[in-house]
Design a protein around this ligand. Structure first.
Ligand SMILES: Cc1cc2nc3c(=O)[nH]c(=O)nc-3n(C[C@H](O)[C@H](O)[C@H](O)COP(=O)(O)O)c2cc1C
Length: 239
């Protein structure tokens, strides 16, 4: 189809055309100067991927289906608690529910350690779509620090600025257990309703699979830290 969108950014443009300006600005916008909003996306561009020289690609493309009823998305949505709480409230929350409690908004080593100590089921590295404190770091730049602090004790999920399959790949390579999507889904919905949401998720999945194929990763668990190079890696290599 001639007018078929080929990536998430094209859906954003379509959503901009479809929505009243006030509504589009609410969904697409961030806090104050929108520095962190831009950085969430731009910081991904500064991480490069590294393809292996030779790799056996047998069994390629084994990502779990993301769009059917067995989808992990639904369970992640159910498991993700999205509210402003103090540390002391976590104990109380744990006392009134057996549901897994995840803390969203972790951006530092210190908070990650604290989250493990208070015994939550998982954390989400997030700056809430850059809609709160402007000039806080882009989430992809702090993911690895948080992953190291957690040390595999609980799952670390990630969101913020994911617009491409390569972004998903990079977040997984830096230790995220899963990647969550915010605005792209809204843009897909605004542009083309349910079909638009399905297309956005399918495009991200297709792009991730292509990235995995070109990087020699037959399955998600084959994506490792050695598949990406960050700004920090580049600085260290110059020392
Ligand atoms: C319109 C809008 C409203 C949001 N409201 C909240 C909120 O109330 N609490 C929260 O933790 N995150 C909120 N978020 C952030 C999202 O849950 C998610 O973390 C973020 O959108 C992911 O980044 P991305 O949009 O770049 O993918 C909101 C995001 C948008 C676009």
């Amino acid at each position: 189809m001639a007018d078929e969108q080929v990536n998430v950014n094209e859906f954003q443009q379509l959503a901009k055309e479809a929505l009243p300006k006030m509504n589009y600005d609410f969904y697409a916008g961030g806090a104050e100067d929108q520095y962190t909003l831009k950085e969430n996306v731009e910081a991904f561009r500064r991480i490069t991927t590294i393809a292996p020289q030779l790799k056996n690609l047998e069994g390629l493309l084994t990502i779990e289906p993301a769009l059917d009823n067995g989808s992990n998305l639904e369970s992640y949505a159910k498991e993700t608690l999205d509210a402003s709480l103090c540390w002391k409230d976590i104990e109380w929350l744990k006392s009134i529910t057996n549901l897994p409690i995840l803390i969203k908004g972790i951006l530092t080593r210190e908070d990650a350690i604290k989250a493990v100590e208070v015994g939550v089921a998982g954390i989400v590295v997030s700056n809430h779509g850059a809609r709160q404190l402007d000039y806080c770091p882009a989430t992809i730049t702090v993911l690895e620090e948080v992953v190291h602090a957690v040390g595999g004790k609980i799952p670390v999920l990630f969101d913020g600025g994911v617009r491409r399959g390569t972004d998903v790949f990079k977040a997984l390579a830096l230790g995220a257990q899963a990647v969550l999507i915010g605005r792209p889904v809204i843009f897909g919905l605004a542009a083309k309703g349910e079909y638009g949401v399905r297309r956005v998720l399918q495009m991200l999945k297709d792009e991730l699979e292509l990235t995995m194929a070109l990087s020699g990763c037959p399955s998600v668990k084959d994506i490792t830290r050695s598949h990406v190079r960050t700004e920090r890696d580049r600085l260290i290599s110059m020392l």
